[in-house]
Design a protein around this ligand. Structure first.
Ligand code: NI
Length: 169
């Protein structure tokens, strides 16, 4: 297993729509294990494959990432098919958008369709924080960062700050 480097804004791979997984292979299982290890190491509560440069619609997540018992979930080719209600996710952050926390309007409850790591079809409902995590990760697979979910002004301020950060690296 390996910890993979996490791409950060403005890497172009983060702004691109990611390809569907068409075949469940051993390589795919290795990618999933590495993604989970990378997520826990970061540490984060979710990770989309394109954040580690992999062009496949895979998400790993664990809303209890800080607990001792690590049990991550995997979703292949996830799709949100229903959105219900609305909530503000407070201080939402992203491993690919360093030094940024923002309140984002999200659906309170969603219904998701996809496949598990063995390719079996899945359909389930999520509410609250886990629903926010999945909306965030599926945004990633569609090339959307939290920066696109905030005001133009806040986005411009962040872009300037990020350019300065990169210059000083
Ligand atoms: Ni993120």
């Amino acid at each position: 297993m390996a910890i993979l480097p996490i791409l950060t804004y403005p890497d172009p791979l983060l702004a691109r729509k990611v390809k569907r997984v068409s075949e469940i292979t051993d390589d795919l299982q290795t990618i999933i294990e590495n993604m989970a290890e990378t997520m826990y190491d970061a540490p984060g509560v979710g990770l989309a494959a394109n954040q580690v440069g992999i062009d496949k619609r895979i998400v790993v997540y664990d809303p209890d990432a800080d607990s001792v018992q690590r049990e991550f979930q995997v979703l292949i080719n996830p799709r949100i098919i229903e959105y219900h209600g609305s909530m503000i996710s407070e201080e939402e952050g992203c491993l690919s958008v360093p030094d940024m926390r923002c309140d984002i309007r999200r659906a309170e409850r969603i219904v998701i369709e996809g496949q598990d790591r063995d390719g079996n079809p899945l359909k389930f409902e999520l509410e609250g924080i886990p629903a926010v995590i999945l909306q965030h990760e599926i945004d990633h697979l569609n090339g959307v960062l939290i920066l696109e979910r905030i005001s133009t002004l806040k986005r411009q301020i962040y872009k300037r700050k990020r350019q300065k950060m990169l210059k000083n690296e």
